[in-house]
Write a protein that binds this ligand. Structure first.
Ligand SMILES: Cc1cc2nc3c(=O)[nH]c(=O)nc-3n(C[C@H](O)[C@H](O)[C@H](O)COP(=O)(O)O)c2cc1C
Length: 161
């Protein structure tokens, strides 16, 4: 089984999740950061996993553009989709804006891996928004963004099944 994991990330959390998937998935797994590399031809892969992180309600443009351009090919693969996000309560909406309906319906696994606000590395505007998210969360009782490593394990188990 050959699996390709294509992802985009701003501050590395979605990349760390991809690395964790590589450790958990059976067979030969290749990771490609769409922000740094072009996607390889999909024909030599049995399974493709596409993931990214949510900023202002949307996944990275490279992720949605890739899905739109390769929808037909992706529908022929064992497919997995994942999102990293700070507000998992909005997951359904984020999935709808991130991945075409046919891919969501076809996917063997759809994962929400939670999120991390890596403020030390953020550009100033993102740091400001991250601080607002953390403070607003505290006031309204909504949990601040939190990693969900169990969701990564569950996703890998579903892909391996
Ligand atoms: C500026 C900014 C905007 C964000 N917008 C959203 C959002 O609209 N919805 C959400 O669920 N999470 C949002 N997040 C949380 C990120 O999705 C989360 O921190 C994620 O883990 C980032 O992953 P990355 O390090 O791979 O980029 C936002 C974070 C930042 C810093």
């Amino acid at each position: 089984m050959k699996t390709l994991v294509l992802y985009a990330t701003q501050y590395g959390y979605a990349a760390d999740c991809a690395a964790q998937l590589k450790a958990e998935l059976a067979g030969d797994v290749t990771l490609v950061d769409l922000g740094k590399q072009n996607a390889p031809e999909l024909q030599s892969y049995d399974a493709v996993i596409v993931g990214g992180s949510i900023y202002m309600g949307r996944v990275q443009a490279k992720v949605s553009a890739f899905c739109a351009a390769h929808e037909g090919e992706l529908l022929q693969k064992t497919l997995g989709l994942y999102l990293c996000c700070g507000l998992p309560q909005n997951l359904e909406q984020c999935l709808e804006t991130s991945f075409p309906a046919k891919l969501r319906a076809r996917a063997k696994a759809v994962g929400c891996f939670g999120g991390e606000l890596r403020t030390a590395r953020m550009k100033p505007m993102h740091k400001l928004i991250a601080n607002v998210m953390q403070k607003a969360g505290g006031k309204s009782g909504i949990e601040p963004p939190k990693a969900n490593p169990q969701a990564v394990l569950d996703f890998a188990a579903a892909m391996n099944a």
